[in-house]
Design a protein around this ligand. Structure first.
Ligand code: DGY
Length: 331
């Protein structure tokens, strides 16, 4: 029987799908699987169901002599060396489409939280500072008629854009390739990165982490933002240069930031961003709802079982692997 190793406890529905097709072992405990454990488990595994916290590099992949599929329970797959997997004929899959609303909801919740100073207002009461209604207490910023700049109008970015439209915002977007169909269907305008940064009141990031996007919000880009603008990041931490962001916030060159993702996770409690009042932070919970995480796990299980049957999995990220699998001599 084929063997599948799952690196964290996932929804039971998903485990049931896997168990129908393979012998399944699940890592127990509250912390990610350690490298030693992965190195050991991969030796006999045909399938590996991974989380974004598992670094699946070429060395680990090379140990997987029987490995057929690495199935990430995330839409992002920057934790996997896809090229190394492809060269060994290993399918790599992700979970797109099932987490768009949940992640867009969180991006918008963060946008509202920073604009309306919700965490600050909550602490204000708990600290016993509320003396009564005041005309100028905790004034925030409107959303109506403000410009929302979306960087990356993919599935999640599009959902954030739609939410922005419902809140009567002007929505602009930037990505290397224009999308005229979405411009019409959602009602968004294309802008160059430079224009988007200089006109947006809220900038929300929705790009995958790649060698092109790493550090794309650097000092130069942040400095192009309005003094009154907010930055929202629910994509991946390394897309933003945190040092440049900290400086801009400290020097009040932008108004605030709301961040769900960080260069290093968990964030170091000494990270100076934690000292800034106009920063709202959450611990990488973009897709963290019961329904969404269940759908993600089920899709990951379906991807895994398809691959184990040597059928093309629904969310294959490395279609080049098909060529390697057809011609094993290329591996
Ligand atoms: C993803 O799927 O990439 C998300 O970051 C997980 O929450």
């Amino acid at each position: 029987m084929k063997k599948v190793f799952v690196t964290r406890q996932i929804a039971e529905e998903a485990l049931e799908i896997l168990r129908k097709n393979a012998h399944v072992e699940v890592h127990s405990g509250d912390l990610p699987s350690q490298r030693d454990e992965l190195m050991e488990q991969i030796k006999n595994a045909h399938g590996l169901v991974t989380m974004l916290t598992d670094r699946i590099d070429a060395e680990i992949i090379s140990r997987g002599e029987k490995l057929v599929v690495i199935s990430n329970v995330a839409v992002g797959y920057d934790n996997i060396d896809v090229e190394a997997a492809t060269r060994r004929g290993v399918y790599v899959t992700n979970t797109p489409g099932v987490l768009d609303d949940a992640t867009a909801d969180l991006a918008f919740a963060l946008l509202l939280a920073i604009a309306r100073r919700i965490p600050e207002a909550d602490s204000f009461i708990r600290l016993g500072l509320w003396k009564g209604w005041e005309p100028n207490l905790l004034l925030g910023s409107d959303l109506r008629d403000k410009t929302l700049g979306i960087i990356g109008l993919g599935r999640i970015g599009s959902e954030v854009a739609k939410r922005g439209k419902c809140f009567k915002m002007n929505v602009v977007y930037y990505q290397p390739q224009r999308d005229p169909e979405k411009e019409t269907s959602i009602g968004v305008r294309y802008a160059s990165l430079e224009e988007l940064l200089s006109i947006s009141d809220y900038v929300s990031l929705h790009v995958p982490l790649t060698s092109e996007t790493r550090g794309m919000m650097g000092r130069k880009e942040i400095n192009k933002m309005k003094k009154t603008a907010y930055l929202i990041n629910t994509s991946r931490g390394p897309i933003v240069n945190e040092e440049a962001l900290y400086e801009a916030l400290k020097e009040e060159r932008i108004k605030g930031a709301a961040l769900d993702v960080f260069a290093k996770e968990p964030i170091d409690l000494k990270n100076p961003l934690l000292k800034i009042k106009n920063v709202v932070i959450t611990p990488h919970i973009g897709s963290a709802t019961v329904e969404t995480r269940t759908r993600m796990a089920v899709l990951a299980a379906e991807n895994t079982t398809k691959a184990l049957k040597n059928e093309i999995p629904p969310s294959l990220v490395n279609p080049q692997v098909l060529e390697y699998r057809r011609n094993p001599s290329k591996m």
